[in-house]
Design a protein around this ligand. Structure first.
Ligand code: TXA
Ligand code: MG
Length: 582
């Protein structure tokens, strides 16, 4: 069955003027699918979707006969709504093109609500092999399997299989959505997907294009994020084109910006106690209320495990992740999760080891406004130091692959296989707001040293979470004075929003100081610390925008390590070459 339901309405359209008009990046085709983002089903559509095979029966006749084994035979409201929208997309020519490629064993980049994925038939070793090749992904890092219905999941198992009870209510209520769960490996899923593990990771994406495509294929899709391995995940189709265009993959489906912006939460409900292996679009707080998840732990926040740490199966532990070309300095709010004594991390290397629990306090100390003020002062202090360093001409060459700084604390080295090119070590700078005179900030010598080391060549990028009322996207900031006195809090000067798609900087002038303003600073507003989900939505786009603008270094203001901020800080620590606690 291919999900060719006759349903009313057509909520999608290709780019006007052509039946199947695409933009070509060399030999990679980009097809746009515009979506009516109102996911409310029209009257009668839920029933039509359910009976069409896009909902509980999307896996076809075989799956339909197993419908119910997964523990939720019917469609709940969210699943019905998503299925209805997907049904409206089922006959879209771009989706038909993508389904044909996937059926033929090719790979296609697809939008999901979290990030863009690079999809292939999850039941074909050969197809999945093309995903690893296109991304240059390490062969021992398993993929997530994407389904469009619980019946499609059930169809992967022998008759009589039942969903583990811990997931029954959870998946009925949280799918489709940014939640991946570990399940016992299906005998139908090849080693190429699971890398030989006894478990497999599965999710049902909420993006209607992804749902419609999976249903149209009639088989599940294995899909990692559609970036080159190690790069920030893509949240726009053009991010995918930047990494994998030019013929590396045949087709990118453009379904607009990803609303969530960080990847799915990876939940291991098979272990005891259950654990979040990768924080993501669904928070711990949203999960703990479900039966069996009361004692839910978060990996690296509530516990660490040496075996997990060494394995690629703990998402993102072993490999360099989320890194733009420019070195990233993370300003991390103190009081947030950072296991002592090695508080900072370098590209995923753990700051603690062993299997013992290493709980730490979470959350910001003080209000969001206090935190924002601390971040602003720290950013200004670092910018002042960098400006002064530039003015004096004494900066050292930017050396992203330089060894540990003299001030580095006892950082745990990344495993040899993960030795990140360009990943600097940890610096132990401490930006101390406490006790500092109003309007100024004291920087420990290591942080000052850090700033001066990294201030050479190209604009300085800043990802901001501390500016209240600023719209997300690139800003062009002019500072009042060329080089404010060291330690003084610089005024913010004029801020003009340059748009959130990362193109304003490129359009605004040549790379370098002309783009960045008088002091060569380019800023990108992610959102405000008080709204970490907004920050998550802009995070990867911001990293990529500043990288594209040719920034020599990127300062990133963090958020509190709680709620939606946990996923943000998880990604930022992995992207960071240096962490400075503020
Ligand atoms: O939101 C997402 O999850 C996106 C979209 C495209 O769905 N996908 C994504 O895939 O982030 P990827 O490959 O970038 O990250 C998947 C993570 C990997 O770090 C992998 O180690 C982990 O999931 N994983 C896959 N199978 C696993 C398993 N059986 N046990 C533990 N971890 C697993
Ligand atoms: Mg990824």
């Amino acid at each position: 069955m291919t999900g060719t339901a006759e349903v009313p309405g057509q909520a999608a359209s290709v780019v006007p003027g052509s039946e199947l008009q695409g933009r070509s990046a060399a030999t990679t085709e980009i097809l746009t699918v515009s979506i009516d983002l109102d996911l409310e089903p029209r009257r009668g559509e839920s029933e039509a979707a359910a009976s069409s095979g896009l909902g509980a029966g999307a896996a076809g006749d075989a799956a339909a006969s197993t419908s119910g084994r997964a523990g939720a035979a019917g469609l709940d409201g969210a699943q019905a709504a998503a299925a209805a929208t997907a049904a409206r997309l089922a006959r879209h020519p771009a989706i038909a093109r993508a389904a044909a490629l996937l059926t033929g064993g090719q790979v296609v980049a697809i939008p999901t609500e979290t990030v863009y994925g690079l999809a292939a038939n999850a039941l074909s070793s050969e197809a999945v092999g093309r995903v690893y090749a296109a991304k240059n992904r390490p062969p021992d890092n398993p993929l997530i399997i994407h389904v469009s219905s619980l019946a499609m999941l059930a169809a992967l198992y022998p008759p009589g299989w039942a969903l583990p009870p811990i997931y029954t209510q959870l998946l009925a209520e949280r799918w489709p959505g940014p939640l991946t769960v570990l399940l016992p490996r299906s005998p139908r899923v090849p080693d190429a997907v699971t890398c030989g593990l006894p478990t497999m990771a599965v999710r049902m994406p909420a993006h209607p294009v992804a749902l419609a495509l999976i249903a149209a294929c009639g088989f599940p899709l294995a899909a990692p994020s559609a970036n080159s391995s190690g790069r920030p995940s893509p949240t726009l189709a053009r991010h995918v084109a930047a990494d994998l265009g030019g013929g590396a993959i045949p087709l990118i489906l453009d379904g607009g910006p990803c609303s969530c912006g960080v990847e799915s939460t990876v939940l291991d409900g098979l272990r005891s106690p259950p654990a979040i292996l990768r924080p993501g679009g669904v928070t711990r707080e949203e999960l703990v209320g479900y039966p069996g998840l009361e004692g839910l732990q978060v990996y690296r926040k509530d516990f660490t495990d040496a075996a997990l740490e060494a394995a690629p199966t703990t998402p993102g532990m072993k490999y360099r992740h989320y890194s733009p070309t420019a070195p990233v300095i993370l300003l991390e709010p103190s009081g947030a999760c950072s296991p002592a004594p090695a508080a900072a991390t370098a590209n995923g290397a753990s700051g603690s080891s062993g299997s013992s629990s290493s709980s730490s306090s979470s959350g910001s100390s003080g209000s969001a406004e206090d935190l924002a003020a601390r971040l602003r002062r720290a950013t200004e202090a670092l910018l002042v130091e960098m400006a002064a360093t530039r003015a004096s001409g004494r900066q050292g060459a930017l050396a992203p692959s330089s060894g540990p700084t003299e001030a580095a604390p006892a950082a745990v080295a990344a495993p040899a296989a993960a030795a990140p090119q360009g990943a600097g070590p940890v610096a132990g700078g401490k930006v101390a707001a406490a006790g500092a005179p109003a309007g100024s900030v004291a920087l420990d010598p290591p942080a000052l040293e850090l700033a001066s080391q990294l201030a050479g060549g190209g604009p300085i990028g800043v990802l901001r979470t501390s500016l209240a009322g600023a719209a997300p996207g690139l800003v062009h900031r002019r500072r009042a004075a060329a080089v404010p006195a060291a330690g003084a809090a610089a005024g913010l000067g004029d801020i003009c929003n340059g748009g959130s798609d990362g193109q304003a900087a490129a359009a605004g002038g040549p790379k370098g100081s002309a783009v960045g303003g008088d002091d060569g600073v380019i800023e990108y507003v992610l959102g405000h610390v008080s709204r970490p989900a907004d920050v998550a939505a802009e995070l990867f786009a911001g990293l990529r925008a500043l990288d594209e603008a040719g920034c020599a270094v990127i300062l990133v203001e963090g958020v509190a390590d709680e709620g939606a901020g946990v996923a943000v800080m998880n990604r930022l620590r992995k992207a960071a070459s240096r962490v400075v606690h503020v």
